[in-house]
Design a protein around this ligand. Structure first.
Ligand SMILES: Cc1cc2nc3c(=O)[nH]c(=O)nc-3n(C[C@H](O)[C@H](O)[C@H](O)COP(=O)(O)O)c2cc1C
Length: 181
């Protein structure tokens, strides 16, 4: 007997428990810059340097980002929740009031100022995967700035607390102590 297929709702609820950072993926087109908020981002390979992002096939930015020769991954800081929300909204100017600089050649790759990491990626390969496209990019340039990441968990945004801070919180909340080195 085969198990019944999992409902989309149950799958969403399960996957929402996976805490992640938040990125904005950007690209330049002849009609202007495009971008969208993405948490389905991960590192793939160090040699060659590859990362991937999953783009929903029906998304307004899909075709432009997948077709672009280059795309940018902007890892948002905890101060940029509003940018994550704006780049996830449909039918708005997502770049409104967002400070952007142009990197690379030609029209330039739009990179979001204030992000804690900028990755400039050259299109490497794209794979269809269900209702998404797995877009793999070769990282041609990476820059890191000071700041703490924006985190997404259970459909909410928050910040990151390093181990010492969380342990202090756990102790304060009455968690059992000792046993751990
Ligand atoms: C926290 C968060 C993470 C998201 N991650 C992804 C993602 O990894 N891939 C994706 O295609 N869309 C992702 N989205 C959705 C897009 O940002 C955006 O809402 C969607 O493309 C809107 O569709 P539209 O461009 O057709 O209006 C995410 C949205 C949020 C709020």
């Amino acid at each position: 007997m085969t198990a019944p297929p999992i409902s989309e709702c149950a799958l969403r609820d399960a996957l929402a428990q996976f805490a992640s950072g938040v990125t904005v993926v950007t690209a330049q087109t002849p009609a202007g810059p495009v971008g969208f908020t993405a948490s389905a981002f991960t590192s793939v390979s160090l040699a060659p340097p590859l990362v991937l992002v999953c783009v929903r096939k029906g998304a307004s930015a899909h075709d432009a980002v997948v077709a672009a020769e280059a795309f940018g991954v902007n890892v948002l800081s905890e101060r940029q929740k509003w940018i994550a929300e704006q780049f996830a909204r449909s039918g708005v100017d997502r770049f409104r009031q967002v400070r952007v600089r142009a990197a690379g050649e030609g029209e330039g790759l739009p990179l979001v100022e204030g992000a804690i990491v900028h990755l400039e990626c050259r299109h490497h390969v794209a794979y269809p995967a269900g209702d998404h496209t797995i877009l793999v990019g070769e990282v041609t340039r990476a820059s890191v700035a000071a700041g703490r990441p924006l985190v997404h968990h259970a459909r909410r945004f928050g910040g990151f607390f390093a181990e010492n801070a969380s342990r202090a919180g756990a102790v304060a909340a009455g968690a059992p102590q000792g046993g751990e080195a």
